[in-house]
Ligand binder design. Structure first.
Ligand code: NAD
Length: 485
């Protein structure tokens, strides 16, 4: 059970074990950094290698466990997490800082993913085809890839690990996972739930510690067969090289610079609501968060006034009783404040926020005001680089054509939305937006769990998709059988 100021162990081969380094790392509450929430193992490559050995040893038996039995364990784990939802939500708010409603929603998503893939585990199969010879059976089986190495970020500390883990286990893979060091607690809670649900030893292993030690070992160790990474484009591109050099199947899902295009037919208030919820939700720390509003000059002034109103009315404070929590760490806060300064130096106009809020409740935490810049040009850094904080850059365009071109004028392509009352424009946007997720009259954030998710351009390796049936594809390999017995 999760307890404040616990020192928590790694989960390897069904046991709770300490790192051989003897070192631990504290996780602080970003709303009140003097409070240590829990301590975790500061593991090294040898600890990671032990976890891979356990996963390799457990592989054959798990791969041959009937799908419905694997599904039963996933369902039971989901049910255990459901019973502990309040506790998990507490942990998420304390470690990552997000607002309570957002944390509860994320925990529920993890539970729902377990239940979804519990059913999928029974449905796994293949296809039978008509053979050319009279006596032959010709069919295709889906087999597990082997040992999956998962490396995950801090911004959705339970949902992202689970959307990789659940399909991997459902398909019969064993797993080693390295969570981000800012908020690893909920992944250990997931391990506890799976353990209690009866998952055999070694099928799932969690090792906390630095990415360059633990993550690297998982990626390079010859015992792992597939690497699924979510995180920044900078690290992800290195991981991709490392994994392909080691001959692994790899998927990387990375950063974004997501636009919402507001056309002249849009209602400015509706568009501002869509941009504000997409841009400021989860403190602007979603990979799909809206960071560029690309607005037709006809509705520009009204839109800006509506967006500023919304930015200024957001209640910022500790996540348990406020609408928007802090940034997850000091370095994330500094990164956002740096970009606010860069934007001003580049000539953008600050029209809302731009600093840290004041008041007793927020004086020590990593809080930042929801921020809006206008007069942004597409070649400015604030319009090109991922900020990962609650900062929206507003760009003025003269028509839909220009809006579409500006939307695509970035190296990223994760999520893109358009607000319009014109069906032709909506269809053009769907056809031409360079993004893995395209939305009409919706915010850029918010995903369904049963459809593929992944980016274009620098937002993804574009090798495989996650979630839904596409999530299972990554963790399975086809074997074609010509049976003339
Ligand atoms: P990050 O790249 O700093 O870290 C991600 C993970 O990689 C962490 O567990 C980290 O410890 C590990 N790591 C770091 N260096 C490593 C190395 N050399 N080898 C192996 N592993 C290493 O990202 P972050 O700051 O945790 O997360 C924020 C980023 O993630 C943002 O860019 C965001 O857009 C992106 N993100 C993308 C998606 C998506 O699905 N596209 C979802 C969420 C977050």
């Amino acid at each position: 059970m999760w307890l404040m100021t616990d020192t928590r162990a790694n989960y390897v081969n069904g046991e709770w074990v300490s790192s051989e380094t003897g070192e631990t790392i504290d996780v602080e509450n970003p709303a009140n950094p003097s409070e240590v929430v829990a301590s975790y193992q500061q593991s090294n490559a040898a600890d990671a290698a032990d976890a891979v050995d356990a996963a390799v040893a457990a592989q054959d038996d798990w791969a041959t466990t009937p799908g419905p039995e694997r599904g039963r364990i996933l369902r039971e784990a989901g049910t255990i997490l459901q019973e502990r939802k309040e506790e998990l939500t507490d942990s998420l708010v304390a470690e990552e800082g997000k607002a309570r409603a957002e944390a509860a929603g994320e925990v529920q998503r993890a539970i729902d993913i377990f239940h979804y893939f519990a059913v999928k585990a029974s449905d796994l199969g293949g296809t039978t085809k008509s053979p050319s010879g009279r006596q032959k059976n010709l069919y295709i089986r889906q087999e597990p890839v082997g040992v999956a190495a998962l490396v995950t970020p801090w911004n959705y500390p339970i949902a992202i690990p689970v959307w990789k883990l659940a399909p991997a286990l459902a398909a019969g893979n064993t797993v080693v996972l390295k969570p981000a060091s800012q908020a690893p607690g909920v992944v250990l809670d997931v391990a506890e739930a799976l353990d209690e649900a009866g998952l055999p030893d070694g099928v799932f292993n969690v090792v906390t510690g630095p990415g360059s030690e633990v993550g690297s070992e998982f990626i390079e160790n010859e015992g792992t067969d597939a690497v699924s990474f979510t995180g920044s484009s900078h690290v992800g591109e290195m991981v991709y090289e490392q994994a392909t050099d080691s001959g692994k199947r790899v998927q990387t899902e990375l950063g974004g610079k997501n636009p919402t295009v507001v056309t002249d037919s849009a209602d400015p208030a509706e568009a501002a609501e869509i941009v504000a919820t997409g841009g400021f939700g989860t403190t602007g720390q979603s990979c799909t968060g809206c960071s560029r509003a690309i607005v037709d000059e006809e509705v520009y002034d009204d839109f800006v006034a509506e967006l500023v109103d919304r930015a200024e009315s957001i209640d910022v404070g500790p996540g348990n009783d406020h609408e928007m929590g802090p940034q997850a760490s000091e370095s994330e806060l500094e990164g956002t404040l740096d970009y606010i300064e860069i934007a001003q130096n580049e000539g953008a106009t600050l029209v809302a926020g731009g600093g840290q809020p004041e008041g007793e409740e927020v004086e020590d935490g990593y809080f930042v005001e929801p921020t809006v810049f206008t007069d942004v040009e597409s070649d400015m850094r604030i319009a090109q680089e991922e900020v990962f904080g609650p900062v929206v850059a507003v760009l003025k365009v003269s028509d839909f054509e220009e809006g579409l071109a500006v939307a695509n004028d970035v190296p990223y392509g994760l999520s893109a939305s358009v607000v319009t009352d014109d069906h032709t424009e909506a269809n053009r946007f769907i056809d031409e937006a360079e993004a893995g997720v395209v939305k009409v009259n919706e915010k850029t954030t918010g995903l369904e769990l049963h459809v593929p998710f992944g980016g274009f351009k620098r937002s993804s390796s574009e090798t495989w998709r996650e979630q839904g049936d596409a999530g299972l594809d990554f963790y399975t390999i086809e074997k074609t059988v010509y049976d003339n017995y």
